[in-house]
Design a protein around this ligand. Sequence first.
Ligand SMILES: Cc1cc2nc3c(=O)[nH]c(=O)nc-3n(C[C@H](O)[C@H](O)[C@H](O)COP(=O)(O)O)c2cc1C
Length: 357
Amino acid sequence: MAYSDNLQSKIDNLRQRSKSISLGSIGFSSPLILAPMASICNYPFRLLLQELGAGGTVSELISAHAIHHGNERTMKMLRIHEDETNVGIQLFGEDADMMAEASKIAQDFGPKFIDVNMGCPVRKVVTKGGGSALLKDPKALGPYLRKIKSAISIPLTIKIRMGWDDEGINADEIIHVANEEGIEFVAIHGRTRAQQYTGQANWEYLEGLKPESPLPLIGNGDLHTPYSTHQRLEHTQLDALMIARGALRNPFIFLESYLENPKEQIFNGDDYLEIIQRLYDLVCEAFDQDRVRLIQLRKFIVWFAAGFPNASKFRASAFENQELDILMKLSKEYFLSIENRGKFIDHEAVFMNSGHG
Ligand SMILES: Cc1cc2nc3c(=O)[nH]c(=O)nc-3n(C[C@H](O)[C@H](O)[C@H](O)COP(=O)(O)O)c2cc1C
């Protein structure tokens, strides 16, 4: 068993409050899904968050081009843990043939679905015609998706933005193309490509898509806290919600969003330490070099500390040393010192305002 009885019973209690859903033929154990994040959503983090209530997860974006070339590091990114249940692998690439080939290879790793990245705003990706550039020409999208779909036997899904820019908002049109091509669901980040990560996600637009949509829709953007997620869950017309950055500063967000009073915090410093130890075990299993393990773990631990008292001092000491066991020792001291003191996340403060979707 991964967790103490005390932590496991808190997890189970909140887990029971969410309900299983189906988006097309894909089942999720809750309508709150962990969004794909590059260099973050590898199998250790995905499995941890699945254990902490995420109804499903999506991998980091993986290059179809690199899969085609059999790049060793990329092939490792395709790994799925045997205990992962509702996981999708996200691929990106402008070339339909290469995407079809990569999807077929990715399918053999055992995901529940393949997801196409159509939201990445990064210049290097869009100048080649991948990521959010795929939103610019809905007519070309049909044959592109058709080719990918015909290569696999598991469902195909897409993750998009609202459109390329203010003048090119066309998620409604993209959804209809996706429907014609037999896509299972569409996840939408409520910003345009031009916005990158500025401004606020436009939930009014996202909610307005639902009545006319022939496909299940997942809304995404700025659900940074259990409170904002709880509020959205209560009122949304959408089929599910995706959370990215919020899960980094609060990995318990998928559970705490189900609290009657989501401003209450039931997970304390000891609980954080337990999940860090769990992540340590998974990271050590996934990566054999101590240097990689250190880099992987340190970023997560420092994010998890965000909002707790003296987090910046802890962050500085975590980055000062280069030894994995010292990092774990410092983490133990720090998180045990938190006890029941609360976490305060200032969701107005800029946190990670760049990414691949
Ligand atoms: C560090 C980082 C990496 C990201 N990587 C991906 C990615 O690989 N694929 C993708 O579709 N979106 C990616 N995104 C976008 C997120 O999935 C999500 O759409 C966006 O962050 C808005 O959700 P949030 O406000 O809950 O963070 C990334 C975002 C961040 C911050």
